[in-house]
Design a protein around this ligand. Structure first.
Ligand SMILES: Nc1ncnc2c1ncn2[C@@H]1O[C@H](COP(=O)(O)OP(=O)(O)O)[C@@H](O)[C@H]1O
Ligand SMILES: [Mg+2]
Length: 271
């Protein structure tokens, strides 16, 4: 195996080739090829059910029945060495309502880095993570009393505890009002810029696309585009990424490139 330091710095954070995932009777990811560049924010966008969470679970190594090639930070996805190098926030993050912000983080820090000897380091990491998400003044508030946006930031702080190189955030802005969404995106940019971290962020809201450096547009288990928001708009002659997405969907249907729709509809109705 290649040694980490000898690898070129431009090697992507994630590299997938023919990535396929089967869940129950369905193939939910169909032979995907894509890369996620380092130090950038990549948006994984597509409608509900297209496979965003499945793809993220494959990247963090918690998804069963994954075939093809999937390299993450230079190791195969799921490799034990990646555990502390990846921060992951699931779609329904678990924050304990009856604990304060700091107690929540203390708990997760202890899980991540157990042992009496690590106590000082943990305390430092917790304080830093709380400051990173701008919750220092709320550190002693019960999580149950926080607003939706503040709770999202607690989850993000948990993911930041181990100073991860790759952050995988599954729909972190869902249900937040526009101001909180903007604030959270600003925070993502700060994390990418100041830490050089790689962020993979999913959303089913297309207008979040413009906030990303790069986009993976998904539909029905396939990747329609892997590009920058600007290049996508230019290439499709669209004013917005949402329009670009719709054009790409029409194109895929017209050229028969999509395997979905008819197949899935038949399955649903004959069940
Ligand atoms: N346990 C399961 N068994 C079979 N199919 C599943 C299961 N869980 C999810 N799916 C299917 O996998 C597809 C992708 O789901 P998911 O990755 O959660 O999509 P997204 O995150 O984009 O909403 C969906 O069409 C869903 O119906
Ligand atoms: Mg999902």
């Amino acid at each position: 195996m290649m040694n980490y330091s000898s690898r070129p710095p431009e090697e992507p954070a994630v590299h997938a080739q023919d990535l396929t995932v089967v869940r129950g009777p369905r193939t939910v990811l169909r032979g995907l090829d894509f890369t996620v560049p380092r130090g950038r924010i990549t948006g994984l966008l597509g409608p509900s059910g297209c496979g965003k969470s499945t793809l993220m679970r494959a990247v963090v190594g918690t998804q069963a029945k994954v075939t093809g090639t999937l390299d993450v930070l230079g190791s195969p996805a799921g490799h034990p060495a990646l555990r502390t190098r990846i921060g992951y926030v699931t779609q329904a993050p678990s924050v304990y309502d009856d604990l304060t912000v700091r107690q929540n983080l203390d708990y997760f820090a202890a899980v991540l880095d157990p042992g009496r000897a690590a106590a000082d380091r943990r305390h430092e990491n917790v304080t830093r993570a709380i400051a990173d998400v701008d919750l220092t003044t709320h550190a002693d508030a019960l999580a149950g009393n926080l607003s939706g946006g503040q709770r999202s930031r607690v989850s993000l702080a948990v993911a930041l505890l181990g100073t991860p190189e790759l952050l995988v955030l599954d729909e972190p802005t869902v249900g937040l009002d526009p101001v909180l969404r903007r604030d959270l995106w600003q925070l993502f940019h700060t994390i990418a810029a100041e830490r050089g971290a790689t962020l993979l962020i999913s959303s089913h809201v297309m207008d979040e696309a413009e906030r990303c450096h790069r986009l993976l547009l998904m539909r029905a288990g396939e990747i329609l585009a892997d590009d920058t928001p600007e290049a996508l708009r230019t290439r499709t002659g669209s004013d917005t990424v949402e329009d670009a997405f719709l054009r790409l969907v029409d194109e895929a249907i017209a050229t028969g490139r999509t395997q979905e729709t008819t197949q899935e509809t038949t399955k649903e109705t004959t069940r």
